[in-house]
Ligand binder design. Sequence first.
Ligand SMILES: [Zn+2]
Length: 192
Amino acid sequence: MAEHRVVCWDCGADVDDPYVSTCPKCGGLLSVTMDLEPVKEMKPQDLRKEMIGVWRYAPFMPVDPAHKVSIQEGGTPLYDTRRLADNIGVSKAYVKFEGLNPTGSFKDRGMTVGVSRAKELGAKVVGCASTGNTSASLAAYAAKADMKCAVFLPSGKVAAGKLAQALFYGAKVLSVDGNFDEALDLVRKMAD
Ligand SMILES: [Zn+2]
């Protein structure tokens, strides 16, 4: 695990409280700043000793792998797309098939880290506002971690297949009479 600081994107303040999602001083968005000095000596072959996937890069993450919640995300195939390369005038073009992640989207890459961090902090419930892929992904990782999951959806703006996924994984799905931002506000209030 890399040492890290959480800093405000807007005012630059250090944020020590791990339970806030925005800057307590100015309400700005937060970013994670990693201290990568200890991993500077690592070589690609050191990483290749680990199974392919997101957790191969654990030394670069702000979470202790002892709390890892993983369903083998990442390591998706790369397709050599010769005609696409010709069309856009480059010698090689590869396309990564992120639909082969466990819940069918790239969201699983971030979610494995986020839910692992939640587990590290002792969270019993996780939640999100989403119209699709995020809710399916969070619900799956919550199920894997034996946490409860609440999904807030703006009513009428939801991908039905994704909603079914969240339900199958056991999430509590709440339809919000409002837009995405209002659903997100509710999630933040619930978290508080
Ligand atoms: Zn701030």
